[in-house]
Design a protein around this ligand. Structure first.
Ligand SMILES: Nc1ncnc2c1ncn2[C@@H]1O[C@H](COP(=O)(O)OP(=O)(O)OP(=O)(O)O)[C@@H](O)[C@H]1O
Ligand SMILES: [Mg+2]
Length: 704
């Protein structure tokens, strides 16, 4: 009998051990799978890097085959147009090459970051080539802005949309069919191509007469289901290449992913296109992550203080919020703090939304507080700051949204307020999307990181070789010492606490888990702060020792924290868990990035003048009169004759606005206050000057 008992006992032990081994095997297999996944990710990043290096080399060495930088017969005409009509003093990266490829009759795919200057790439050839250029663009507001801007430059541009009058439509059809009237650039929405047989037949006639000069597909990522703004009507644009095979087609987008690029080459039938891929880097954007207080009033106070101090001249900005209600609330609270702000979201009727957008575009409203609905139609080049009141759902969306800052190439700031509590708000929205949680955790990693350059996270995400950040992110600009704290014991305690909760058939949200841990941690004689505890939860989520689970209620979806597939390693003490803690609090070394622009009296005068001129000249947008960059050039060069002015802003703008501009420059030269007199006079120590940025450093206790 006794022997039997012994055997039975050993049998139980062996069974338990087998179970344990099996669990280890399961965990190892899972780990192996993850490693394989990561391996293939890393391989594709390496391949993409090699490809882009080859492309750089090919671009350099393809001089014998296709050197788009060589002299071309249209060079002097193009230069004349660029300066004297468009008022642009020099090309930006790739612009000249793209223009030359289009002028040579090739199909072209342009991948260029937001604000890189894609419009000029097709607008200039459209004016240079004989005939009419067709531009497909997804949004009415974008089309209106473009047509208005081109008209102000004296370029015959029209649009055919739902808002076009019968009379104008007649004019356009005649121009297409018979070549009568002046029409150089015609903007249409994609629906026109897919739905209007009448339009397509007129276009056919225009082509037949040899007058269709080029076809441009702007925001071309809308063709791809993998892009972020898929438009079903864009899918039918392939017909254009089939119908007009010899007309050069240029597809332009700021979306960098390889998958989208391949997709749209297929869909538009432009397999033999010349591809120009510019870097995703936006060197003029300063990226920063700020700890977000759990008290909402404190967050708005901080945002308001930031705007008022950094942008006292009412430079434009966007604040992105998570929900519609939050947008309205934050806008209201900003107004209460003296900032001209209004909300923008999908629940508003179209007219109201448009009104807010127009007031902002005309610099009558400083800040739009929007949801993601405030997106693609934003064409304002001088947005100086984009603040995320809560985190975006992925690196890609954050890149797009923050990228609306500084499209004019001038220094601008991208600020993200992060607190762990916001993660579950987003996760309960995205968990059902393909890779939704994975994408969200990527941006959480970006926010959590205390050592890795923010910019490098974008390069990694878009599989691009690393480039210098040049001190243009909080991590690279400010030196705060980061300490690693071993929290393995807390991690173990947390996992076993969750196991207990789950055994008793209960669930715990992040907030509840922190509360329970605050009590429980006394057992190990430790006292991690709430924020540290939240950080630890995120850390374990990213490491898959914990996972999120979701439950629907009638009104919402709740996110709960549960034990993850790799929890065992923590429980068995096989894994050390370390938290990164900044020894120096960031707020103490408050460093502000400040533009020189706007701090000089002449700049303010010219800014006022452009607003005045824009309303005199039929309500065109102020930046169509003078861009912020042009104002900056005028202030540094101070031309004192029309001839000199022409060299800076070109003939057309000089003829239209030259006298008034000179008047201001002369006035300012007669009475010239010092920069200090007009600046906000804050006590500040200039620590670092680069380009036209000044980093101003001041101590936290200074009332700055
Ligand atoms: N070579 C240049 N020099 C100075 N400014 C330029 C140059 N090219 C374009 N710009 C200006 O840069 C701003 C952004 O240009 P544009 O609207 O063409 O950007 P984009 O690449 O189409 O961006 P998005 O993806 O956001 O539509 C405009 O104000 C434009 O006038
Ligand atoms: Mg554009």
């Amino acid at each position: 009998m006794e022997e039997n008992l012994e055997v039975l006992e050993e049998l139980h032990n062996v069974e338990a051990e087998i179970e344990d081994v099996q669990e280890q095997i399961r965990a190892l297999i899972e780990k192996q799978e993850r490693l394989y996944e990561r391996k293939s990710e890393l391989n594709s990043i390496l391949e993409a890097c090699k490809e882009s290096e080859n492309q750089v080399n090919n671009n350099a060495s393809s001089s014998t085959v296709e050197n788009w930088n060589a002299p071309f017969e249209w060079d002097s005409k193009a230069d004349d147009l660029r300066l004297n009509i468009f008022g642009i003093s020099s090309y930006r990266a790739n612009q000249r090459e793209i223009i030359n490829a289009i002028m040579s009759g090739r199909d072209v795919l342009v991948i260029m970051a937001a604000g890189g200057g894609k419009s000029l790439c097709y607008q200039l050839p459209a004016v240079l080539r004989d005939g009419v250029a067709l531009v497909v663009s997804p949004l009415l507001s974008l089309i209106q802005d473009q047509v208005m801007g081109l008209t102000a430059l004296g370029i015959p541009a029209h649009m055919l949309t739902s808002t076009t009058s019968k009379e104008n439509e007649k004019f356009i059809y005649k121009a297409l069919e018979k070549g009568e009237g002046e029409l150089k650039i015609l903007y249409v929405t994609p629906e026109k191509i897919s739905k209007s047989k009448r339009f397509m037949s007129k276009l056919e006639k225009c082509h037949h007469a040899g007058r269709l000069s080029l076809i441009s597909i702007d925001e071309a990522h809308c063709c791809s289901q993998w892009g972020h703004d898929f438009r079903p009507d864009y899918k039918n644009l392939g017909i254009l290449k089939t119908q007009f095979p010899n007309v050069p087609m240029v597809a332009l987008t700021a979306t960098a992913t390889q998958r989208v690029q391949n997709d749209l080459i297929e869909m538009l039938h432009i397999r033999r296109c010349v591809k120009f891929v510019s870097t995703v880097n936006r060197p003029n954007l300063f990226y920063m992550v700020k700890e977000k207080s759990s008290v909402s009033k404190v967050v708005v106070d901080e945002i308001a203080e930031f705007i008022q101090e950094s942008y006292p001249n009412h430079e434009s900005g966007i604040v992105y919020c998570f929900s519609r209600k939050e947008c309205e609330q934050v806008a209201k609270e900003l107004r209460e703090r003296g900032i001209s702000a209004d909300h923008y979201h999908a629940d508003m009727d179209v007219n109201n939304r448009e009104k807010v957008h127009m007031r902002w575009s005309n610099n009558k409203l400083q800040v739009i507080v929007g949801t993601v609905a405030f997106g693609m139609g934003i064409n304002k080049p001088d947005v100086r700051f984009v603040i995320h009141h809560s985190l975006s759902k992925s690196m890609e969306t954050y890149y797009q949204e923050s990228g609306r800052a500084g499209r004019d190439g001038l220094p601008s700031e991208c600020l993200l307020y992060f607190r762990p509590g916001d993660v579950s708000r987003q996760s309960s929205m995205v968990f059902y999307e393909n890779s939704g949680l994975q994408n969200l955790y990527d941006i959480v990693r970006y926010c959590q990181s205390k050592r890795q350059c923010r910019r490098s996270a974008f390069f990694r995400h878009f599989a691009e070789p690393l480039q210098e950040c040049d001190g243009m992110c909080d991590i690279c600009a400010f030196s705060s010492e980061v300490k690693e704290v071993d929290v393995s014991r807390h991690a173990k305690l947390m996992v076993s606490l969750l196991q207990e909760i789950q055994t008793s058939d209960q669930r715990s949200t992040m907030l509840q888990l922190v509360d329970k841990m605050k009590v429980k941690q006394k057992e190990i004689g430790s006292d991690l702060k709430r924020e540290e505890m939240e950080q630890l939860i995120l850390h374990l989520l990213l490491d898959r020792a914990l996972k999120e689970e979701f439950q629907h209620t009638a009104y919402s979806t709740n996110a709960y924290i549960t034990v993850g597939p790799l929890a065992k390693q923590i429980l068995q003490g096989k894994k050390t868990v370390k938290l990164e803690v900044s020894t120096e609090k960031k707020t103490k070394a408050s460093v502000r990035l400040k533009r020189c622009l706007g701090s000089s009296g002449l700049e303010l005068k010219l800014d006022e003048l452009r607003k005045e001129l824009s309303s005199i000249h039929g309500g065109i947008l102020p930046h169509s009169v003078l861009s912020t960059q042009q104002i900056s050039l005028l202030c540094s060069q101070k031309p004192n004759s029309l001839e000199q002015l022409e060299k800076v802003i070109g003939k057309l703008k000089t003829e239209k606005y030259g006298n008034k501009i000179l008047e201001q420059i002369v006035k300012y030269s007669d009475f010239k206050p010092t920069d200090e007199q007009v600046s906000d006079g804050r006590a500040a120590k200039r620590s670092k000057t680069k380009k036209n940025l000044v980093l101003i450093e001041s101590s936290g206790d200074e009332a700055c």
